[in-house]
Design a protein around this ligand. Structure first.
Ligand SMILES: *[C@@H]1O[C@H](CO)[C@@H](O)[C@H](O)[C@H]1NC(C)=O
Ligand SMILES: *[C@@H]1O[C@H](CO)[C@@H](O)[C@H](O)[C@H]1NC(C)=O
Ligand SMILES: *[C@@H]1O[C@H](CO)[C@@H](O)[C@H](O)[C@H]1NC(C)=O
Ligand SMILES: *[C@@H]1O[C@H](CO)[C@@H](O)[C@H](O)[C@H]1NC(C)=O
Length: 223
């Protein structure tokens, strides 16, 4: 192999790292109640009203998710429980939370970021994720600001949240495992109240949001 090819092979992983950027996420609680923020990667912490948690996602992490937890109680070692979004009883999450939970998703590939609010695991707290001003010209936030706990169809209602039809009924009609289902009344409920959020396997491009890689974001509970 030629020496330039050899150098390329040798430095390719390093090259990939230098091509991606760290991104910072300011997670802000604007709710009139305490929220326990969770992040994978990142862990979690309590956010009282108006508090902000600033997290840096390193270049090696090409995806992240953030979600709110409610009505938690933890002991001094960080063990306890939350009514919604609980991640195995840990304050600093190491695994996904249990539904229902509103989720902000982030992924970055080559030179583009993708982000959105997802309600595929249901809803617990109104939420928004969007680029910080100036870093993504023309970019706009993905938001689900309706109170879907209050509006929730009674079949999906649980304490502190509104579950997804897939988690409640566990059938192909609602989970769309084989990709052949059509939008149903529950999909339409989430879709009509939160058109900017990703609502399920039938959802289209309207709920895909992009920015250049290196953009920083703000995640807001109760925007
Ligand atoms: C939270 O911040 C907003 C705007 O910065 C302010 O109007 C509001 O009074 C603050 N609320 C509390 C509880 O500190
Ligand atoms: C995030 O990146 C760190 C190293 O930068 C790695 O240890 C960790 O496993 C990654 N986490 C995820 C969830 O990919
Ligand atoms: C916490 O639980 C109480 C009692 O069940 C309930 O009234 C309240 O709405 C819950 N708070 C949140 C933020 O879900
Ligand atoms: C993102 O935040 C980091 C750390 O504060 C900063 O160095 C960087 O310039 C910011 N990126 C943009 C595009 O504003």
């Amino acid at each position: 192999m030629g020496s330039s090819t050899f150098l390329l092979v040798l430095f390719f992983p390093f090259l990939l790292l230098t091509l991606s950027h760290a991104a910072t996420f300011d997670i802000v609680n604007r709710c009139p109640y305490t929220v326990w923020a969770a992040a994978i990667p990142g862990g979690g912490r309590q956010l009282d009203k108006n508090q902000t948690w600033t997290l840096t996602i390193n270049p090696g992490n090409t995806s992240a998710r953030f979600w709110p937890r409610t009505n938690c109680s933890f002991d001094s070692s960080g063990h306890g429980h939350c009514q919604t979004g609980d991640c195995g009883g840990l304050l600093a999450c190491q695994a996904d939370g249990s539904p229902p939970e509103t989720i902000a998703e982030y992924a970055t590939f080559v030179n583009k970021d993708f982000f959105d609010i997802s309600v595929v695991d249901g809803f617990n707290v109104p939420m928004e994720i969007g680029p910080d001003s100036g870093s993504c010209p023309g970019g706009r936030p993905s938001r689900c600001s309706a109170d879907l706990v209050e509006l929730c169809p009674k079949e999906l209602k649980v304490p502190g949240g509104c579950n997804s039809p897939c988690n409640v009924f566990k059938t192909n009609e609602y989970c769309c495992n084989d990709g052949t289902c059509t939008p149903n009344e529950y999909f339409n409920f989430f879709r009509s109240n939160c058109p900017d959020a990703y609502s399920g396997p039938n959802d289209d491009q309207e709920s895909t949001f992009t920015c250049p890689q290196g953009t920083n974001y703000t995640v807001v509970f109760c925007p």
